[in-house]
Design a binder for this molecule. Structure first.
Ligand code: PDD
Length: 298
């Protein structure tokens, strides 16, 4: 199975924490950090390949937008942050991995109003990632629909992920891989990924907004679809139409593109990875190669 490897026993993981690099196991955040008390914070997950970050600029710009939406200021410039992230990737000696970054409003006496003059808490660490399925390979995902019980500002990459966590666990405990949020009968996104349906050669994906995160993988895919001349419609499909798709796939920074084999017990297409999904995934990996090949490792 692809995803983040379990490194819970690793003792040498490093974290960048408020400007210093230290072993992750030694970093401490106070019990009254607002991230911990109120989920008052935002986060990012960035993939790196062969030790080089992919779409780092896009991720950091989204971080800045998420922070801005909750009236939080980044305590460091994006350029400086990008440099520090590249340095930590290099120090980690991990080739294939991801950076988890979290920014919270910081620590102060627990109270709902924003505290004055509090220093935001910022940290990030690197962790290995198991390779995603190669294009057209793997066993395909099984996904189930769940009612969308989240708030209406899902375009913010907020650390308040309890509805996502509950949905994901509902799917996993029933033997599936992902849960798809359905809002007013229409398909939005999954608990930790965006979703795409292909019908008659057209890719459909719900517009980003109240119920859909502007995924960076999604952004890259839109660029690829345009380049390949494949129609891409930002339109939320009713669930019944989505289930009758020729191909369905889900995307995230760590999983890239995963084809969907089964949705609510129904087989999608002929139960194999479809040709357009495969073509898009191949083009995605070319995009990765182009970008990381042009970056000089830190
Ligand atoms: N999640 N939608 C949701 C709700 C997500 O949590 C994610 C990613 C995505 C895909 O976004 P991107 O392509 O930028 O990774 C869509 C990350 C990987 C996570 O929470 O671990």
């Amino acid at each position: 199975m692809h995803g983040v490897l379990d490194m819970s026993t690793a003792s040498d993981e490093l974290v960048w924490f408020d400007g210093s690099v230290m072993p992750l196991s030694q970093a401490r955040i106070g019990l009254e950090d607002r991230g911990f008390n109120f989920a008052d914070g935002v986060y990012e997950v960035v993939r790196f390949y062969r030790g080089r970050a992919f779409t780092l600029r896009e991720h950091l710009e989204r971080l800045e937008r998420s922070a801005h939406e909750i009236f939080l200021h980044l305590p460091i410039s994006l350029e400086h942050l990008a440099d520090e992230i590249r340095k930590l990737i290099s120090l980690s000696h991990i080739e294939e991995g991801m950076v988890y970054l979290q920014l919270t409003r910081g620590q102060s006496k627990r109270q709902h109003p924003f505290p004055e003059a509090v220093k935001p808490t910022l940290f990030f660490f690197c962790r290995p990632v198991a390779p995603a399925w190669a294009p057209g390979e793997g066993e395909g995902c099984s996904i189930i629909s769940v009612e969308d019980e989240r708030w209406h500002r899902c375009y913010i990459k907020s650390i308040a992920l309890l509805p996502n966590v509950l949905a994901k666990n509902k799917a996993i405990s029933a033997g599936h891989d992902e849960a798809v949020f359905i809002h007013e009968g229409k398909v939005m996104e999954c608990s930790a990924s965006n979703i795409f349906c292909i019908r008659d050669g057209v890719i459909y994906s719900s517009p980003v907004g109240p119920k859909v995160l502007p995924g960076i993988t999604r952004l890259v895919l839109m660029r690829i679809a345009e380049r390949l001349g494949i129609s891409f419609r930002e339109e939320a499909l009713p669930l019944e139409e989505a289930l009758a798709s020729d191909e369905v796939f889900i995307t995230s920074t760590t999983r890239e593109l995963s084809w969907v084999r089964q949705w609510d017990g129904q087989t999608i297409g002929d139960g194999k990875c479809g040709p357009i999904t495969r073509q898009l995934h191949e083009a995605y990996l070319e995009e990765v190669e182009d970008e990381i090949g042009s970056v000089v490792a830190a």
